[in-house]
Design a protein around this ligand. Structure first.
Ligand SMILES: Cc1ncc(COP(=O)(O)O)c(C=O)c1O
Length: 445
């Protein structure tokens, strides 16, 4: 989103306020031009023939987004069997999908084997079970290099106390299992955390991974995971991708030379590819002045964007209804029945009720973590591609909330959940309230 003649615009000159009107707020908007820019930046940072970028679809899992990354030539990084299935439906070939589950059952992993995707195993117990069931199915092994990486403790996953990966000190044990079942280890993997600023952390982890990898003779690839940090505010530090590409690339070339075979270098970024592509629009319902604070209460909450409450993430918030005028300081809060503060002491153009606020960096881990808490609907999603807007997910409605609920008749005659809106209509008629609930449902999110 950029400012042009006092108006915020999106890719192709699209006015976000018009999108807010067309699709209604709250609304997630994603720009493919930014996804492509980030993808190209990463690919161009490496001077390597065999580089594979697997998009970590947990960040933003809409099938149309997956198809877009496939069109760029990306593979897919998945962590659940459902992500695998959506990836296949998006058109990815099984060999272009890597499945890296943690603490899932062997039955789920068996399903992934049936679907033919790459399997990444992160604990010795499952490795042993897998070896006895599928000795000839190639596997990748997730190593825990014991390094502290990541923006905060909740998103650091490569340290000694982390539940992820097999300790690199347990490599002898891995070898015993592999040998006993005559397994084929085709890949070695690590992922140490998210929001990693310092590229030395990657290099440190990479050295450990190279040490482990050198002991496996059937490798086709080494996967360095992800964790690249993107900027959240002006002058924010971000991972220097170009420097990382140059340093890891060179070290990788040396490793493959010593190893004696040309391997593929893989990464699996989520945030880096989609965070900045996303904007979340909300409408201000209430401006509330208390004795100490001015709150702007919006038509959303932790049910739509939980990152600030879950791990203190920062999302820049802009009043796009007004680009000029008096600046005031606000706490931006949601409508949920817990404290759901999006931003504290945010200075912005004076807010009036009805104004539209835009949250930046709303592409990664925003919609995918949304829920129906307080029986609220999840918002619509719109993709902007080559100057056109496309609805890629419809806003939910009451039918969606009730879809899998079982309306027991032992507590009284149930109103049919098949068509709740018509039941609500008759309820409104019975109570002589002169409001069309369809209209109500449409406007109240
Ligand atoms: C195994 C794995 N790979 C890749 C990612 C993507 O990380 P990021 O969004 O920081 O790029 C994650 C995120 O949690 C992950 O768990």
């Amino acid at each position: 989103m950029y400012l042009n003649n006092n108006q915020y615009l999106l890719e192709g000159g699209i006015d976000p306020l018009q999108l807010g009107e067309k699709y209604e707020c709250p609304l997630y908007i994603y720009e493919t031009s930014i996804m492509k820019k980030q993808y190209d930046r990463l690919v161009n940072a490496f001077d390597l023939k065999k580089l594979k970028i697997n998009y970590a679809c947990k960040a933003l899992n809409n099938i149309s987004v997956l198809k877009f990354f496939k069109s760029l030539g990306a593979g897919l990084d998945t962590v659940s069997i459902q992500e695998v299935k959506v990836g296949l439906l998006a058109g990815f070939r099984p060999e272009d999908i890597i499945y890296t589950p943690n603490c899932v059952s062997i039955e789920e992993i068996s399903q992934a084997v049936t679907l033919g995707v790459k399997i990444n195993i992160d604990n010795l117990s499952i490795l042993e079970q897998f070896g006895s069931m599928y000795p000839h199915y190639p596997v990748c092994i997730r190593i825990n290099p014991h390094i502290m990486a990541g923006g905060n403790s909740k998103i650091s996953v490569g340290h000694i106390d982390s539940k992820f990966g097999i300790s690199f000190h347990q490599t002898p044990h891995i070898h015993r299992i592999v040998k006993a079942h005559e397994m084929v280890v085709e890949g070695i993997h690590m992922h140490t955390g998210s929001d990693i600023m310092d590229i030395d952390v990657f290099l440190q982890g990479a050295e450990i991974l190279f040490e482990v990898a050198a002991e496996f003779k059937d490798l086709n690839y080494i996967d360095f995971g992800s964790g690249f940090k993107v900027p959240y505010k002006e002058e924010d530090i971000e991972t220097d991708i170009e420097e990382l590409g140059e340093k890891i690339g060179q070290r990788f070339k040396k490793f493959t030379y010593d190893y004696g075979r040309n391997l593929t270098l893989m990464f699996e970024p989520g945030k880096f590819l989609v965070s900045e592509s996303g904007t979340f629009l909300v409408k201000v319902n209430v401006v509330k002045q208390t004795t100490s604070t001015v709150f702007a209460g919006v038509d959303s909450g932790l049910n739509h964007l939980i990152r600030p409450m879950l791990y203190d993430s920062y999302h820049k918030i802009i009043n796009i209804s007004k680009t000029e005028g008096r600046q005031r300081v606000y706490n931006i809060v949601g409508y949920i029945c817990e404290t759901d503060t999006f931003g504290v002491n945010r200075k912005m153009t004076e807010i009036n009720e009805g104004d539209i606020l835009a949250f930046k960096n709303a592409g990664a881990y925003c919609f995918t973590m949304a829920s129906n808490y307080n029986s609220r609907y999840r918002p619509a999603e719109v993709l902007i591609h080559e100057g056109k807007d496309y609805l890629i997910r419809e806003r939910e409605n009451l039918e969606d909330i009730l879809r899998n609920q079982v309306n027991l008749d032992i507590f009284g005659e149930p109103k049919s959940l098949q068509s709740p809106m018509s039941d609500l209509n008759s309820f409104e008629l019975e109570n002589s309230i002169n409001v069309d609930p369809k209209t109500l449902d449409h406007h109240v999110q």
